[in-house]
Design a protein around this ligand. Sequence first.
Ligand code: ZN
Length: 257
Amino acid sequence: MKLVDAHCHFDFPQFDGKRSQELAIAAENGVVGLVIPGVRRSDWGRVQSTAQAFPGLYYCLGIHPWFVEKSSSEDLDALKAALAKRSELCVGVGECGLDRLRGNMGIQLPWFEAQINLASEVDCPLVIHSVRAHDEVHAALRRANWSGRALVHGFSGSYQQASKLVDLGCYVGVGGIITHPRAQKTRDTIARLPLETLVLETDAPDMAPDGVKPGANSPVYLRRILESLCDLRNEPVGEVSSVLFSNTELLYGQSLW
Ligand SMILES: [Zn+2]
């Protein structure tokens, strides 16, 4: 079984001093790689060096909606320049997007739109953070005539919202939220979506699965998310994991793992 954590903040300091060990345990649980998103310019160097340090790790560069208010147009220029000379380990633009629960969506929107356009220009997949903003994310992608690959990571929401994004070609990121019995709406959504639209992710160290301390999430728990998913859908682990692996390749690129 080959599992890929399609969205994991493995560069964050919570993993300092224990990355090798975490990856070794994750590998025992089938994890062959992970993709580290970038959240702000000052972190891009760390994102890149973390990905370079271990086999199977790749990264994205972007400006997260939580950090746009502390970013400047120079940071956007720097993003454009960094993407133009990106290494083969850089496999996407993001994470970027909209968050109704933190910050101001009116301020976040132009940053998201600029990154949608950048991703189109460099023909890279887009990694999207969407919190209570699925309709606005959908509208922004439509306005930009988006036709590329995209991941709406850590999806939480209704089947109707997910379907609209899937219709635009987005993959839906399945994370620890589905392990929580109270997340019934999202669990129902993920159970109903076609398997061909899903990828696995932890968003570690955040989005802890049921029974894991908040902030202590790790790629080690990816297998647990997969097992929850299989229980929800009543489908066999072997088949689900192989479809999800090929979805992740279609999203980020063939033969990365
Ligand atoms: Zn994230």
